[in-house]
Design a protein around this ligand. Sequence first.
Ligand code: PNS
Length: 164
Amino acid sequence: MLKAIYPGSFDPVTLGHEDIIRRSSRLVDELIVGVLNNKAKSPLFSVEERVKMLEEVTKDLANVRIIPFGGLLVDFARRMDAGMIIRGLRAITDFEYELQMSQMNHKMEAGVETVFLTTSLEYSYLSSSTVKEVAAFGGDISQFVPDVVADRITEKMNKKESVD
Ligand code: PNS
């Protein structure tokens, strides 16, 4: 049984992430989307919120599970008994960091291989941080994120505005 982990911060999940999830779910028997729970990063969405949004986005995919994790990715992979890490590559600028991370992970855990999927062309410019920036300035983000996420970001930004 081929089990893979697609890890990330997903703060929030974009259409680019969704595309990688859908394509990689067809390549493996089970895909675990690992949601990083890193309190030091002070994300816009709590890990519970990010997990919930991902669950909604992937509810039609029977072989996909969403699981939060903290600590090292290779330890999480070991716990999940997964032999593969999947990462998306948007552009050459992603490559250096991704190469370093995959080599580091392989050095720590030789039983886990990183496999890269190139992002579909229509999403190659997309990132969670640019989506958040556009939303913070009141821009329309509906073409960048799944519908459930667009609604949540708008709610979150409105709440932030009333507090600030
Ligand atoms: O969506 P992101 O922020 O690009 O995802 C980065 C992620 C979660 C894959 C990476 O930060 C990670 O694996 N963090 C867990 C800690 C870890 O294992 N660090 C060592 C990597 S060399």
